[in-house]
Design a protein. Structure first.
Length: 105
């Protein structure tokens, strides 16, 4: 479980649509200590699996999860990425966490 001091920067990162996916993944690595990557990645994974993210946030979340363990053959979040690739597209996503503007549009 994440603390507020970790959740706020995570949501800010997921809401950032101004940079490239590579720069957002690098920002994740700078924001969170390597020892916390799995725990924060688990929170990102839960947000994805529970459909609590907008389409843009989902793309950023997938990029972050991929980048965390791209050097490993089978990272711990590979099943999440594979399930998302196999899942049919969702017709509409619920309003996202930390994002009021897109929900009203």
């Amino acid at each position: 479980m994440l603390e507020n001091r970790e959740l706020i920067p995570l949501l800010e990162l997921l809401n950032d649509d101004s940079g490239s996916l590579e720069s957002l993944a690098a920002a994740f690595a700078r924001t969170f200590a390597r020892s916390d990557h799995f725990r924060v990645g688990l929170a990102v994974s839960s947000l994805l699996e529970d459909n609590l993210l907008t389409r843009t946030q989902r793309i950023v979340a997938f990029a972050v999860l991929f980048d965390l363990y791209k050097a490993d053959k089978g990272g711990p979040f590979l099943p999440v990425l594979a399930a998302a690739a196999e899942a049919p597209p969702t017709p509409a996503l619920p309003p996202a966490l930390g994002e009021a503007g897109e929900a009203a549009a």
